[in-house]
Design a protein around this ligand. Structure first.
Ligand SMILES: N[C@@H](CCC(=O)N[C@@H](CS)C(=O)NCC(=O)O)C(=O)O
Length: 206
């Protein structure tokens, strides 16, 4: 199975983390920001990464890709009942659509511009929105070890959002003790190290 991806893209990171948790091997092929690999342009109508190919199958949405990997693997990362699976899918959608907002604006300014060229109000508004999302996430997590109760794709989706924030020095999540403890639990899993990006745009290679 091939995955066309960008190492620091949170959607691609989610796919790598899900695959690592499931023990599914992926052949990763790099695609560049704003200059997609020709196969990405050919196979994805949105020209976004990740794109997974498996024989004649070509999948271009990270949630669809993770669902496919889960069914190929243990089938355990979305939960075992219809209602549990729906709850994990909702948390994944929350991560992909809402947690991504705000944080991506702030990160874009921080990673691609010199301090004097940054749009300070875009950073401020982005971080304010990210702060609201964090409060919602802290309430959803409450005192559970993982977002859906047991470990799931919800954690694989949200972890990279926090990983990106941490990489760019955005430490607002530290205001919520339960989110800090959850993130530390996630980082202690072997799959986290396996899936961690080898480069973040604008940061020294770590
Ligand atoms: N809904 C899509 C979003 C994917 C997405 O937005 N990917 C970004 C990178 S994070 C992308 O490919 N942007 C265009 C580019 O990098 O050229 C998914 O879940 O796969």
């Amino acid at each position: 199975m091939q995955v066309f991806e960008r190492t620091d893209c949170p959607f691609c990171w989610k796919v790598r983390l899900t695959a690592a948790e499931l023990g599914v091997a992926l052949d990763l092929i790099a695609s560049r920001p704003g200059d997609p690999h020709p196969e990405v342009s050919r196979l994805s109508p949105t020209a976004t990464v990740p794109v997974l190919t498996d024989g004649d199958l070509a999948l271009w949405e990270s949630a669809v890709i993770c669902g496919y990997l889960d069914e190929l693997g243990s089938g355990a990362l979305y939960g075992s009942t219809p209602s549990a699976r729906a709850a994990v899918r909702l948390l994944e959608a929350y991560s992909d659509r809402l947690a991504a907002e705000g944080l991506k604006d702030a990160v874009f300014e921080l990673r691609s511009k010199a301090p004097e060229e940054r749009d300070a109000s875009r950073v401020e508004q982005g971080l304010a929105l990210w702060g609201e999302r964090l409060a919602e996430l802290a309430a959803r997590l409450a005192d559970k070890p993982w977002f859906a109760g047991s470990f799931s794709v919800a954690d694989c989706a949200l972890g990279p959002r926090f990983g990106v924030a941490e990489a760019y020095g955005i430490g607002t999540f530290r205001r919520h003790g339960n989110l800090v403890a959850w993130f530390e639990r996630l980082k202690a899993r072997p799959a986290w190290q396996q899936a961690y990006p080898n480069q973040f745009i604008g940061l020294p290679r770590g």
